[in-house]
Design a protein around this ligand. Structure first.
Ligand code: NAD
Ligand code: USQ
Length: 412
């Protein structure tokens, strides 16, 4: 198939582009490198030394003989997006190109606005481009399990059938997201559902859980293909942070009671789920929703698993409960359905299958690159920062926060 991967320079996107290319699909990457700039803005770096996209693609071509097309630009710029898609003519568009950090979206007004504009406008542009030039193209859009929040009932895959006052209907499952980022995904879902209905677009909304893991078969082929490993307080996800904290001897930062429960999946399953979705396109006018995760864990489960994996490596780990900077239930019921992708052939990788050991090994391998000052959370849901009056001039789209180096210097 011809598949455009929007956000193909990012964590999920890079692994997916490599995987689809290896499988023989013709792949184009669309990205504006915004993610690399957000690192600069925050004074943070991925633990792993990622290479520029052009180097990555050159090395991939030398190793495998496979080429990928590259379109560098912003999907919120309709002319750029439309001309890229018109020239590539994909059969499927996999859309990862959004600002994906909940803490980033909660820094202050500017970051909340930026996140929602970037995400919602980008997705609207994709929908309009499909309508205008590629009416048969299948949109595979990355949503998030966080759209549902943590209701006190089982979570269905996208839709719920309700009997009410003697009548029955199937309606979108209620959404109770926990950050302006997660809200942007809810807005996207509504826009996609509406576009499917009015224009007959075909779409699959993949409500993905928290992804872990760095290595896929393809990225392991050469150090130059290595993927991101984010561990800072803004973009670092919880398991990455715990592994890094364990290897540098800092206590694990469990926010609050640690009963927060989420769906998780291995990056190798992310890429496979996307391929499955592409191989089984939605019908015209259909907006399918799949819950894309393989196991659920509480934060305390993950802390204990990290502690056990570290112990095997001779490391002693302390678990700290620090006040939760987010507004979220710290103890709650959680039971989310996730059978549709399994029914279509997904064979999950499980965290217990020594994956944690390999995550810890990455953390050990690149330990010298760790910046220990990035561990404590600085973004607080209850106290957004005040507006910063002096604008930074950023070479690409960004909310332009006070750079972290400056924050650090002030604190010192
Ligand atoms: P990432 O930040 O590593 O990658 C996103 C990529 O999109 C980056 O390369 C960035 O430069 C690009 N991008 C962002 N805005 C853009 C724009 N306007 N124009 C062009 N390119 C743009 O994020 P990720 O972890 O790979 O997540 C990818 C997608 O999957 C996101 O939509 C995210 O919400 C979703 N998701 C991620 C996770 C996770 O655990 N990482 C879990 C659930 C859902
Ligand atoms: N947490 C801690 N300690 C930490 C970091 C996080 O206890 O040091 C807790 C958080 O409070 C939260 C949970 O761990 O309860 C998960 O946080 P996270 O930062 O690992 O993940 P989250 O903010 O949920 O976001 C990530 C991705 C996002 C994706 C989402 C899937 O960044 O793009 O949408 O996972 S989901 O969680 O299903 O919404």
């Amino acid at each position: 198939m011809k598949i455009a991967v929007l956000g193909g320079d990012g964590y999920c996107g890079w692994a997916t582009a490599l995987y689809l290319s290896q499988k023989g699909h013709s792949v184009a990457i669309v990205d504006n490198y915004a993610r690399r700039w957000w690192d600069h803005e925050l004074g943070a770096l991925t633990l792993t030394p990622i290479r520029p996209l052009t180097d990555r693609l050159r090395v991939w071509q030398n190793l495998t003989g496979k080429t990928m097309e590259m379109f560098v630009g912003d999907v919120t710029d309709y002319d750029f997006l439309a001309s890229s898609l018109k020239s590539f003519e994909p059969e499927a568009i996999v859309h990862f190109a959004e600002q994906r950090s909940a803490p980033y979206s909660m820094i202050d007004r500017k970051h909340a606005v930026f996140t929602q504009v970037n995400n919602v406008v980008g997705t609207l542009n994709v929908l309009f481009a499909i309508r205008e030039f590629l009416p048969d193209c299948h949109l595979v859009k990355l949503g998030t399990m966080g759209e549902y929040g943590t209701p006190n009932i089982d979570i269905e895959e996208g839709y719920i059938t309700i009997d009410y006052n003697g009548r029955r209907d199937t309606v979108p499952f209620p959404k109770q997201p926990g950050s302006f980022y997660h809200l942007s995904k809810v807005h996207d879902s509504h826009n996609i559902m509406f576009a499917c209905k009015i224009w007959g677009i075909r779409a699959t909304d993949l409500n993905q859980g928290v992804v872990y893991g760095t290595m896929t078969e393809e990225s392991a082929l050469d150090e130059a293909l290595i993927n991101r490993f984010d561990y800072d307080d803004v973009f670092g996800t919880v398991l990455n942070r715990f592994c890094v904290q364990a290897v540098i001897g800092q206590p694990l930062t469990v926010y609050g009671k640690g009963g927060q429960t989420r769906g998780f999946l291995d990056i190798r399953d992310t890429v496979r789920c996307v391929e499955i979705a592409c191989h089984h396109p939605a019908n015209r006018g259909e907006c399918r929703v799949y819950n894309q995760f393989t196991e659920q864990f509480s934060i305390m489960d993950l802390a204990r698993l990290t502690e056990a994996a570290a112990k095997k490596m001779g490391l002693t780990v302390e678990i700290d409960h620090i006040p939760d900077p987010r507004v979220e239930a710290e103890q709650h019921y959680y039971n989310a359905k996730h059978s549709k992708l399994i029914d279509l052939g997904l064979q999950p990788h499980y965290l217990s299958d020594s994956l944690l050991d390999s995550l810890m090994n990455i953390a050990i391998k690149y330990r010298d690159r760790v910046d220990a000052s990035l561990m404590l959370p600085q973004v607080n849901w209850r106290e957004p920062k005040n507006e910063r009056r002096i604008q930074m001039s950023m070479p690409t789209r960004s909310a332009g926060a006070e750079p972290r180096a400056e924050v650090k210097a002030k604190r010192a």
